[in-house]
Unconditional design. Sequence first.
Length: 97
Amino acid sequence: MTIETFKSSLSASKPPEGIPILLKALWHSAKNDWETAHNLAQDIHSAEGSWIHAHLHRVEGDQGNADYWYRRAGKPVPRVAVEKEWEDIVITLLANK
């Protein structure tokens, strides 16, 4: 899957079959379903899960909580727009899939 196909899947009502939970959380985030995205992310106990969790709290506007999760993920607080960060995370996860 490419970033383009992942983005095009956002026109569907459900995430693509068989995608990892990490990407499923980001899919829901892009669909403005923060609650579902957060519920998925908080159950992923890895650096990538913490990165997504941090991103979601950044989207929410809770920077203090986001900072905590960036530290847990071992990632710096990004200096780019949340949309660009979302894309960067998706690209990274697709490359590691």
